[in-house]
Write a protein that binds this ligand. Sequence first.
Ligand code: ADP
Length: 646
Amino acid sequence: MSRKKQFKAESKRLLDLMIHSIYTHKEIFLRELISNASDAIDKLYYRALSENLQDVNKEELAIELELDKENRTITIRDNGIGMDKSELEENLGTIAKSGSLAFKEKLAQEEGKSDDDVDIIGQFGVGFYSAFMVANQVEVTSKKYGETTAYRWRSNASDGYTIDEAEKDHHGTEIVLYLKDNSDEEDYDQYLSQYEIEGLIKKYSDYIRYPIRMDIEEQRKIETENEEEAENQEPQYETVVETRTLNSMVPLWKRPKKDITKEEYDEFYKAKFDDFQAPQKVIHTSVEGTVAFDALLFIPSKAPYNYYSQDYERGLQLYSRGVFIMDKAEELIPEYFRFVKGLVDSQDLSLNISREMLQHDRQLKVIASRIEKKVKSELVLMLKNDREEYEKFWNNFGLQIKFGVYNNYGMDKDKLMDLLMFYSSKEQKLVTLDEYVNRMEEGQNSIYFMSGESIDKIDKLPQCALVKEKGYEILYLVDNIDEFVMQTLGTYKEKKFKNISQGDLDLASEEEKQKLAEKAEANKSLLEALKEALGDEVKEVKISSRLVDDPVCLSTEEGLSFEMEKVLSAMPEGNPYGMKAPRILEINPSHEIFKTLQKVYENNPDSVKDYADLLLQQALLIEGFPIDDPMEFSRKVCAFMVKAGI
Ligand code: ADP
């Protein structure tokens, strides 16, 4: 007997969570194990076809179930590819190899929030480990196709697992679950009932392409020859055992759309793509013509936990005439729609297609382009017909669409810009660029936007006041990528995007401009003194044309904006070129502070420096920049307070 090995730490935590029954649907263990069995047969089937293996009888490929009431076991057997010793170790000894770190972090974050635990598990795709939701001991005996030795993996979850050599004639895998004892909360015996199992197969695994067989026991009336006897006697029954195929085996995507219920789609998605929530959107399409294919696509109703990380792999499953070829074929779906899960089945693809060939396959390119158009048109329809649904989608994957606009030097921007949404100052909700442009006021030439940390904070920014006063709508940008998106787009329907903290807003009338120019001229030396006091910290101090009630603000010239500077500085490698948006300190000439400045400058020019400092610090704070020396700032404010109190 070999030594017990421990599960990797994070596997153990997940197991604990799962075993302590936080997953409400324990019954899904069956669909998970059957789905694994089917995948294993798929792999062998594919090899048999592509390598022309003579010793694999395709007709015999099947999954068998066995219920043993006496020993309280369920056996799930497949004659698929099987696993060798190291695969048993690798596949069943660790959990979610790639996602383990992300999982741990997530777990730490949500610690104590038991409601969310379900979420974690669901997002993870419980897979093989779900066996431990119903069993306290699991044995996996497997023989890899082409190998001579079989191995048995055995575990009771709590203290690791062992792997030993075992006897097994045929290649494939046999999993024996030793069911837990019944308790008040949970009836595990139900899984020993053939009717229950038949129901579960129909519900979750009907579309599995290989027969799922089980011996079905039935009481049958014994027919008697003698009719008279039959009438007088109690009917007699006998127990008949018959092996039956429990699933209909037609792949869901091959069935006519009108015959498929929402529940069937949902269950299919959940089982196949490891989600515990039904998808937000199902797109089932069949295309005839030069390249014919069926596609069954899903938009998840929640972004997977690792969606915006490196771990997430995009791609669709690829089938040829119902034969599984490969998982995650990324050529089938563009990067900006990488949230789409699903599969494509085409009779026009060669079974022998390899990953390398995918990139150059002409048929595949046609399919991919059709799929892309389909997804786009479905999203446009959703936006048009069901705003609430679309916003839900946008909250999940909007960031992805924005990245799509920004990436590839904006090559895809035209395809995606109609899908964009931003928060509107006027509507106080998300709006599209089209809606914005259609609503633009007479004489308005630009699409105004302003960035900040949150909608509330932006709404209060002094720079917004004038644009709002003019009655113009402002798009509030809160994602790091947003300004880069605006810059990539440049214009929308010939209207330029305009950052309202940059450059000249050009909103003043000729008369107002004239007045400002005069004021600037009259206060030239004051402004120069302020600039001199601030030295290199600002590029310029000027009289503002964009402030309404607030005393000061910062602006910058066209080009690098404050928001971009912040994004650059927040990059892991730091602001690469130390790029800084030049600061322009703007002072509101109609504010009391301006008169005060004039007075101070006249009576006591030396103290202008303190005023200049404080005004700049305030403007920096408003803009969300840290101030260099908070102690100094505080000291100065106090000094002013003391003076004011005298
Ligand atoms: P997933 O199926 O999501 O990859 P699982 O935990 O269910 O995760 O399974 C882990 C791996 O173990 C599978 O990817 C597969 O390689 C292997 N495996 C599981 N069940 C079988 C089986 N019946 N036959 C062959 N390999 C299997």
